[in-house]
Design a protein around this ligand. Structure first.
Ligand code: ME8
Length: 640
């Protein structure tokens, strides 16, 4: 049986639309989930929405909707966004799901049965945006929330309390026994300081509003939104309703969160679990916060960016790559479009794109597009192979320890090594017959390096990984490919047909681009696919291709390249077409030919002469041949 891996994101408050911050955590969790599947784990990847509490209620009221109606609409937006971002979550939990609400009540009952809940009076400070209680001595100047800096409000209520203080000592021991329980270590140390100061019991119900899970046995109270939310991690996988599933996946292997909600996950949640007698999660990782182009991302300031706008502009894989490579995981970081473009041009277009481009072009030119059979290895080949083995091992080691930046640095070192291998072996000098065997070995090694690179990229840049497989002629292997594919060098079979195509990542001209500013959340953002060189049948059908008969052809004065043709397109009438074929065809030999014409191209002027369409021709080095039909057809016949 496969080992299991259970990874979660926070469940996001549904008071406003998702943005690049929530997308950051979700994309990282997706990369971890895909990576673990790739390594042979049975993964359960959970995300969802946090729908109760004062903050969501206020947002619904402002929108003039009932809270349920408001949540239903927003939950769909979150789901749609994750779909558009190709997030591979196994389940999406909503805290308004009836099943979840029952589990929350059952969980709280168990805490109560264990004697950990008592009734008392709560008087203190509350921050609605953070849904957090604070002690007087924790507040900032002018009674502001230490987490978000906004004004807190005084709350005085009869509440139920959870005996958090009872678990103080046990938590301290857990932190000492397992130094990796909370990561990074500086976040762990912050939690240790809180534990050393001593935990106070916390209020876990509210009476001032009704939007929440009713407290069992006292429906005047609703359960505190954080208690309700944390329980999602067990309710989603069957706690109290599917024992087998729950025992399979619990405890969670990784709760991935942002730093500001660390104490809920590292202190309160473990205490709640101890109270009901459940094992604790294996790791809580509290990552840093992102700014966008140097500015704080804030829904209230209206500068939250719909992640799809970024994806539309730069491509999904470029964003995934950038988030991992540039933001040192764990630390705060800035999502800067300048740096993103720098990375796209240098790492993706130059390093990776050129390696692929040069390799497939040389295989196409010298081996009729077939992956060649390698022969005797030389020492420069062995260096490349050793480099690949070292990369695979270090890449896995870094990924296993959530050191994403370092994992990618390692992989890009190998890409540089492969590019250097081209410079050292100078394959363009080997294309003479006498050294064809050597050329075959060099090009095989390059294609094999690319296969390894694409395989390791599968969890991080799935579209690019798939595209490289396609270019290497092994697209059918991609879906199933996993870490076994890089167990040894030389798994690429000679004879596969490579496809030489458009650049993987077009370079972006930094002078011409405009920075993204605040955007409204888009309902339907068209996602970019051209990065992949793939079009849909609908895209193809936009091009109207017709058979045309050349009626007249003549040279254009002062132009060496251009010919002016009159072409009969049957029902579409006659067209004037200007084509750059004068160096390859004389006007006379064209007359009467049945050629293929793009009939719905916007007219353009060439040397001042209008061209009402374009003819198709194929080029191979210096040779050019126009496309004709195989037999006779009426002018105007449709090509599809
Ligand atoms: O806290 N940079 O929900 P939330 C990086 N419902 N990550 C960011 C970010 C930024 N600028 N902004 C948001 C809640 N995040 C609770 C969670 S879990 C049981 C309940 C990410 O909508 C980051 O993961 O405020 C952060 O912890 C989370 O979104 C907060 O989402």
């Amino acid at each position: 049986m496969k080992p299991k891996f259970y990874v979660t994101t926070p469940i996001y408050y549904i008071n406003a639309e998702p943005h690049i911050g929530s997308a950051y955590t979700t994309i990282i969790a997706d990369i971890i989930a895909r990576y673990k599947r790739f390594r042979g784990y049975d993964v359960f990847f959970l995300t969802g929405t946090d729908e109760h509490g004062q903050k969501v209620l206020n947002a619904a009221q402002e929108a003039g909707k009932s809270p349920q109606e408001f949540c239903d609409e927003l939950a769909e937006k979150f789901k749609k966004l994750w779909e558009d971002l190709e997030i591979t979550n196994d389940y999406f939990i909503r805290t308004t799901d009836e099943l979840h609400m029952k589990v929350v009540q059952r969980f709280v009952e168990k805490i109560k049965e264990n004697g950990d809940i008592y009734k008392g009076k709560y008087e203190g400070w509350y921050c609605v945006p953070c849904e957090s209680f604070w002690n007087e001595d924790e507040l900032g100047e002018n009674k502001t929330c230490p987490s978000c800096g906004r004004k807190v409000r005084w709350v005085s209520e009869e509440n139920y309390f959870f005996r958090l203080s009872k678990y103080n000592q046990r938590l301290l021991e857990i932190f000492q026994e397992n130094p990796n329980f909370v990561e990074p270590d500086f976040r762990r140390n912050e939690m240790l300081r809180i534990l050393e100061k001593g935990l106070k019991d916390i209020s876990i119900t509210r009476t001032s509003f009704k939007w929440g899970v009713p407290m069992p046995g006292d429906s005047d109270h609703v359960i505190y939104v954080w208690v309700d939310a944390l329980i999602n991690y067990v309710s989603a996988i069957g706690y109290t309703w599917d024992e087998e599933k729950f025992n399979r996946y619990w405890p969670a292997d990784l709760h991935l969160i942002g730093k500001e909600i660390n104490r809920f996950h590292s202190l309160i949640w473990p205490a709640m679990l101890m109270s009901v007698g459940l094992p604790l999660p294996k790791k809580i990782y509290a990552h840093g916060w992102l700014t966008f182009n140097g500015q704080k991302i804030s829904k209230s300031l209206g500068n939250a960016i719909d992640p799809r706008v970024l994806v539309e502009k730069y491509g999904l894989d470029a964003i995934r790559y950038y988030l991992l490579r540039e933001i040192n995981f764990g630390k705060d970081g800035d999502f800067s479009e300048d740096n993103l473009i720098g990375r796209i041009n240098a790492d993706l277009a130059n390093d990776l794109g050129n390696l692929l481009h040069r390799t497939t072009a040389m295989i196409a030119q010298n081996f009729d597009s077939k992956i060649p059979q390698p022969s005797k290895k030389e020492s420069v080949d062995n260096q490349l192979i050793l480099g690949s083995l070292e990369t695979i091992q270090k890449f896995f080691e870094n990924m296993d320890n959530l050191r994403f930046t370092q994992a990618l640095e390692q992989l890009w070192q190998f890409i540089s090594l492969s590019n250097k291998y081209i410079d050292l072996t100078e394959p363009w000098k080997l294309s003479k017959i006498a050294v064809k065997d050597r050329l075959a070995t060099v090009l095989y090694n390059l294609a094999e390096s690319l296969r390894i690179i694409a395989t390791l990229l599968k969890p991080i840049m799935p579209r690019t990984s798939k595209e490289i497989y396609l270019r290497l002629g092994i697209a059918q292997e991609w879906e199933e490919t996993n870490d076994k594919a890089v167990e040894k060098w030389g798994k690429l079979k000679p004879g596969m047909i490579v496809k030489h195509g458009k650049p993987l990542f077009p370079r972006i001209d930094i002078k011409k681009f405009e920075k993204i500013t605040a955007t409204k959340f888009k309902e339907e953002v068209k996602m970019v696919t051209e990065e992949l060189n793939i079009i849909t049948i609908e895209d193809f059908s936009k091009v109207e291709l017709r058979v045309g008969e050349v009626l007249e052809a003549e040279k254009i004065e002062k132009s060496e390249k251009l010919l002016k043709l009159k072409v009969d397109l049957g029902e579409l009438g006659e067209r004037q077409i200007v084509a750059g074929i004068a160096k390859h065809y004389s006007p006379e030999e064209l007359i009467g030919k049945l050629i293929i014409v793009v009939a719905n191209l916007k007219p353009a002027k060439l040397m001042g002469i209008e061209s009402q369409g374009m003819l198709l021709a194929a080029k191979d080095g210096g040779k050019l041949k126009i496309l004709t039909v195989d037999g006779s057809l009426k002018p105007g016949a449709k090509v599809s």
